[in-house]
Structure formats: C-alpha cells, structure tokens
Design a protein around this ligand. Structure first.
Ligand code: MLT
Length: 202
C-alpha cells in the first residue's frame, strides 16, 4: 500500500490518516497538521479503484458494500499499519486514527471486528457497515465522531447504528453534530482538536 510517513516532534500526537472515496494519502494532511502541528503522520492510500477513485474496500453502488473485500482489505490495512509501526518504532497504542467517510468506515470496522490495540480515533461522518460479529472487550477505546442530519450519504439510521454498536461494546463515544451534509467543517475539526488535546499523549 502506498503511504506517507512524516516524523513529528517527540511530544506530538501520532496521527494515522485514512481518506474518503476519491482521496489519497495527501487529502487529510492539512487537517492533521491543524489538529496538531507537531504530529507524526502516517497516511495510507486505499488500494481499491472505483472509476479512478481510491477507496479502502469495494462497493457495488452507494452503500452496497462488498463484505468480502471489506474483510480482506481490513486484514491488509491492519498488517500494513502493524509493519510500518514496527519499522518506525511506534507502538500501535500511540496512534490516533483520523478517518473520513470511507476511511472512517474501515477504521470503525477494524476497531469493532479485529483484535487491534489502537485505542483512539477521530471519525468524520462514519456509518455502520452492517457487520457486528464480535463481542471481545474494547471498552478501553475512545472515539470522537461527527454526524450530520442532512448527510446525503450517511443516513441517521446508519450513524445511529454505528454509535449503538460502539456503545454496546462500552466504547467511550463523543459525538459532534453538524448540519453541513457529508462535508468536514471547520467547526467539527475544532471540536475534534479539543477532544484530541484532552487525550493523553502516550
Ligand atoms: C462508503 O462507501 O464507505 C460510504 O458510502 C462513504 C463513501 O461515500 O465513501
């Protein structure tokens, strides 16, 4: 998988970026630098192509997810994150995932469905992918996420379902509501930054 790694200040956050459909490893860099200008950044490019757009797993139309691809790509991403982290000498627990849309969706899926020690995530406009097969404890995880009532891609049911899945597993969830559809707004970035600043740097 293609990725960018930028070493930040020793005391900066460790931010792991996963872009939305049609983005790439550079898409969330500006947001990450705003979240913490001293951050170490690891940012991946999704390997699935849809009409020239990068994604992290296949779909067969809007919100018609290819679950086989989702599972295979989740494994691939977990492997990549683990091996790059090892190579760079960064413990998995240090990362805060920053995902948007398709990237936020695969992040939530991994946190719910894989034994994976990353604990913190900022998820812009995520949704449930309808997969809920695990019960192992993930109560030490802490997730900030944004929702929008007029999001044309993520229905209220789909975001509520994800929030419920996380809460059922005792994940601490902080929710910011916006009214700007599927877009990331400055206001929600500021809310995410506030949440991030309250988190302990490991
Ligand atoms: C997805 O396919 O993951 C969601 O529909 C979000 C998106 O449009 O990428």
């Amino acid at each position: 998988m293609q990725y960018i790694f930028e070493k930040g200040n020793l005391h900066g956050k460790k931010l792991l970026l996963l872009h939305g459909t049609g983005g790439d490893e550079t898409s969330l860099l500006e947001i990450a630098r705003y979240l913490d200008e001293e951050a170490t950044i690891l940012s991946f490019r999704g390997t699935v192509q849809e009409s020239g757009m990068n994604r992290f797993f296949k779909r067969n139309g809007l919100n018609q997810f290819d679950l086989e691809s989702l599972e295979a790509e989740s494994d691939r991403l977990v492997q990549m994150i683990t091996s790059v982290s090892e190579e760079k000498g960064i413990a998995l627990e240090e990362w805060v995932i920053v995902g948007y849309s398709n990237g936020a969706n695969i992040a939530a899926h991994i946190l719910l469905e894989r034994h994976f020690t990353i604990k913190q995530a900022i998820l812009f406009h995520p949704m449930s992918l309808g997969v809920d097969t695990q019960e192992f404890p993930i109560s030490t995880k802490n997730i900030w996420l944004s929702v929008s009532e007029n999001d044309p891609i993520v229905s209220k049911e789909a975001s509520d379902q994800l929030i419920q899945q996380l809460k059922n597993r005792q994940v601490a969830v902080t929710i910011t509501a916006t009214d700007s559809g599927h877009q990331i707004t400055m206001d929600e970035i500021k809310q995410a930054k506030k949440w991030l600043n309250e988190r302990q740097t490991l």
